[in-house]
Ligand binder design. Structure first.
Ligand SMILES: NC(=O)c1ccc[n+]([C@@H]2O[C@H](COP(=O)([O-])OP(=O)(O)OC[C@H]3O[C@@H](n4cnc5c(N)ncnc54)[C@H](O)[C@@H]3O)[C@@H](O)[C@H]2O)c1
Length: 437
């Protein structure tokens, strides 16, 4: 029996050791789930603070309870290290490192390349390597496999490779890790079989596809679909602004159609590590094939224009009362990129604050999930949402509709409110002070 065939038995008996490289929003929940399923899991990260937190049984990711993490740690099923020399311990290695964009909006594969290099230097026969980071179609076969084969070992006979995109939605209380089917594309049928077998231990459903590139494209289709539809909703918001219509009323009424319409909402712009970033991985790849991904480019154009639209509406609203933006006290409500999470990556609030900062506004913010934030060279700390803070601002701008914020009180106390999320839909008193996107 080959080492790869042997791995099947080790997965079945839970003797297989699982490695997770990158213990962030994706990697930490995955590591904890594998540990809960009875595997011994080692997490690898360059960030010593994260490693120390895992070792101390403390979670730094909102979706992972410290109690769960500590339980797995105590049971001896979970550990973390910065020492990549320990990689050969793992029979299965999941790569969950970031895939951001460079300043010129091209894919930044440096984190992936570093992780793959770390594996390649110590690759041993019998290992299964699964890439979970979102990336352009072709990454696994064009980048990962050649780097691993530089070790002298051969794909399919000595080691296995698959791509299995991560599809979690941080902060989503309805769909947890298990509930979202796992798409798996292996380099060979055995690679797909092994990766599917591993993931069946923690996911309710596994969806095998015919290749690594297909699995890579599945993930990009999902997120591009969202980016484009949010782009359409944002453009409809701009149209409704010119038509003097309430875009929220239009969308909610359209959404009563029981078929053929899917509700997407406008907002101050896209945020997070995925939706604003992933479509650019696809359009970059397509450019190399002389294909222009026009829908993607258009959606990027509309979505990135939204923070500027928000600031021009704020300017308009202040202007009605003869207030200049310069020197006005602007209270930003929510800086996280979406409700009920503390993640500010790519958050449109950052762009809105930057623009207002350039116009000389006196900015403060409140976010129950983000205690401080650095914007350009300025650091801000979340202020308490006291009656005094609300009453003394010139305008409160709702950028993130966190469920912990009492919108009735915001509207009752603030002199003007600009609501980019329709967070105040249920507020009855004081509606005349609200202006919506
Ligand atoms: N956050 C999400 O909601 C989400 C959802 C689906 C897919 N994804 C994708 O998953 C991947 C990871 O995203 P994330 O949000 O977990 O990122 P993250 O920034 O939260 O975590 C990544 C971790 O990897 C570590 N790291 C970076 N380079 C490393 C290296 N070479 N070796 C070891 N550790 C390294 C970082 O220190 C960090 O702890 C990305 O490709 C992202 O697009 C993210």
């Amino acid at each position: 029996m080959s080492r790869l065939e042997e791995l099947k038995g080790r997965i079945e008996s839970r003797e297989a050791k699982i490695g997770v490289i990158g213990l962030g929003y994706v990697g930490l929940p995955l590591a904890v789930e594998f540990a809960k399923a009875g595997f011994s899991v080692v997490g690898f990260d360059l960030d010593g603070e994260k490693v120390r937190a895992v070792e101390a049984g403390t979670s730094y990711i909102e979706d992972v309870r410290s109690q769960d993490l500590a339980e797995q740690k105590k049971a001896g099923r979970l550990s973390a290290t910065t020492d990549f020399a320990k990689l050969p311990i793992a029979d299965v290695i999941n790569i969950c490192v970031p895939t951001p964009l460079t300043r010129t909006k091209d894919p930044d594969v440096s984190h992936m390349a570093k992780a793959i290099e770390d594996i390649a230097r110590r690759l041993r026969s019998g290992q299964l390597v699964v890439l979970g980071s979102t990336t352009y179609p072709g990454t696994t076969s064009e980048l990962l496999i050649p780097m691993l084969e530089s070790s002298g070992l051969t794909i399919g006979t000595d080691f296995s490779v698959a791509f299995a995109p991560e599809r979690i939605d941080p902060g989503n209380t309805k769909f947890g890790v298990h509930d979202v089917p796992k798409v798996v594309g292996g380099e060979t049928p055995l690679c797909t079989e092994l990766a599917s077998q591993v993931y069946k231990t923690i996911f309710d459903q596994v969806v095998p596809v015919s290749s690594t590139a297909c699995a890579e494209m599945v993930k990009l289709l999902e997120n591009t679909f969202r980016a484009i539809n949010i782009g359409l909703a944002n453009e409809v918001a701009l149209m409704c602004d010119r038509l003097d219509l309430d875009v929220w009323e239009v969308i909610e009424a359209a959404a009563t159609k029981p078929y053929g319409f899917m509700k997407f909402l406008p907002g101050p712009g896209l945020g997070g590590h995925c939706i604003p970033v992933d479509p650019s991985y696809l359009s970059w790849k397509m450019k190399s094939l002389n294909f222009s991904a026009r829908f993607i480019e258009l959606a990027i154009d509309v979505n990135t224009s939204m923070p500027r639209h928000v600031t021009s509406k704020i300017t308009e609203l202040l202007n009605e009362d003869r207030l200049p933006v310069n020197g006005s006290r602007v209270l930003i409500l929510g800086v996280a990129y979406k409700p009920d999470v503390g993640d500010v990556r790519e958050s449109p609030a950052i762009d809105v604050i930057e623009l207002l900062q350039q116009m000389g506004a006196d900015i403060s913010y409140h976010d129950p999930h983000v205690s401080e934030v650095q914007i350009e060279d300025r650091g801000y700390k979340s202020v308490d949402l006291s009656d005094d803070v609300l009453g003394s601002c010139d305008i409160a701008v709702i950028v993130t509709n966190h469920s912990a914020i009492d919108w009735e009180r915001v509207v009752a106390r603030a002199p003007r409110i600009f609501d980019t999320r329709n967070a105040t839909a249920g507020v009855r008193e004081g509606r005349e002070r609200i202006r919506k996107l």
